[in-house]
Design a binder for this molecule. Structure first.
Ligand code: NDP
Length: 284
């Protein structure tokens, strides 16, 4: 068997085109503010891509770039201003932050109604209690890809590799809400390959280049690779050994071109959702 490759770039383009169509019908432009602190080069690329995609879809998007030595209280004051600004629907503070700023304090300072990253404890709590809220972009993008791939979800055995606050845990909640039977595995799991082999849906979010070998993948599984790592030759590689998994899986996402483009598209989707919810407008 050779797996079907799930084209995240194409799915993300369709999602963004749908958002642009919806925005064209609105009497206002949803506002997104991305805050970047310091000069982390990877963050620079992400932020530029977010801005470009947001503007192209019709959002009122801007990046606020602060120097690396910015103190926590200045950042919190900026967030308070953005929280109070009626033209701003979504606020995203690009991580990682410099060491003098506590990420938890910053995440908690964003108004949950504008928390388009979905990292605020209120939104994490809503997700876990099955209440409407803003959902973290990467796991939300994974759900879009699974639906696009036509993978049956109710009753499916899903294994999530990784238990981070931004990917693994919300992924567990979303798969559970879709009626999958979910196992979350991590660095203390005893038999990682054995657990993965049981998966009909395998979502890898560990940040370890090609940790998941071909023989960890069940025949016919759907494999979603969230990982973005630099391989030995400097190229981007996922958490899954792609070439090995290709001959076992039924469907698989590539890196790059899989989950990555979906994360930005879902950020825009969240910004539109936040804008509509703040004005009590229907989602459709
Ligand atoms: P974290 O480092 O926060 O979490 C990694 C998780 O993987 C932890 O739960 C950790 O376990 C587990 N883990 C690490 N090494 C192993 C191992 N050898 N065996 C088993 N479990 C292991 O990472 P993130 O969740 O933030 O990101 C994961 C990956 O996804 C990264 O490559 C990141 O770049 C990528 N990413 C991609 C995005 C995209 O847009 N495509 C967006 C966000 C992330 P433990 O908890 O026990 O320490």
């Amino acid at each position: 068997m050779t797996a079907r490759i799930i084209d995240g770039k194409a799915v993300a383009e369709r999602l963004r085109a749908g958002l642009a169509e919806r925005i064209a019908t609105l009497p206002f432009r949803p506002g997104l503010r991305v805050v970047r602190i310091g000069e982390d080069p990877a963050s620079g690329v992400y932020v530029r891509n977010k801005d470009r995609a947001a503007l192209a879809a019709g959002f009122d998007s801007a990046t606020i770039h602060l120097p690396a030595e910015t103190c926590e209280s200045s950042l919190l004051a900026l967030i308070a201003r953005l929280n109070a600004d009626p033209a701003v629907d979504g606020i995203l503070v690009q991580l990682p932050l410099p060491p003098q700023i506590r990420a938890d304090a910053v995440i908690a300072a964003v108004d949950p109604a504008k928390d388009v990253d979905g990292f605020h404890p209120v939104n994490a709590g809503r997700l876990a209690s099955r209440q409407p809220g803003l959902v973290p972009c990467t796991p939300k993008g994974v759900m879009h890809l699974l639906r696009e791939a036509g993978t049956p979800l109710p009753g499916a055995r899903a294994v999530v590799l990784g238990r981070s606050q931004i990917v693994g845990r919300p992924m567990l909640q979303l798969l559970l809400a879709a009626d999958c039977t979910v196992t979350v595995v991590h660095s203390r799991t005893r038999d990682l390959p054995g657990e993965c082999r049981r998966a009909e849906i395998l979502v890898a979010a560990v940040g370890q280049a090609e940790l998941v070998r071909g023989d960890w993948v069940a025949e016919g599984a759907t494999v979603i690779d969230v990982g973005i790592n630099r391989g030995g030759d400097g190229k981007l590689v996922g958490d899954v050994a792609f070439a090995e998994a290709l001959s076992r899986a039924a469907a698989i996402t590539p890196v790059p071109g899989g989950v990555g483009p979906m994360t930005i598209a879902c950020l825009l989707e969240n910004t539109l959702e936040a804008a509509l919810a703040r004005r009590s407008l229907p989602a459709e």
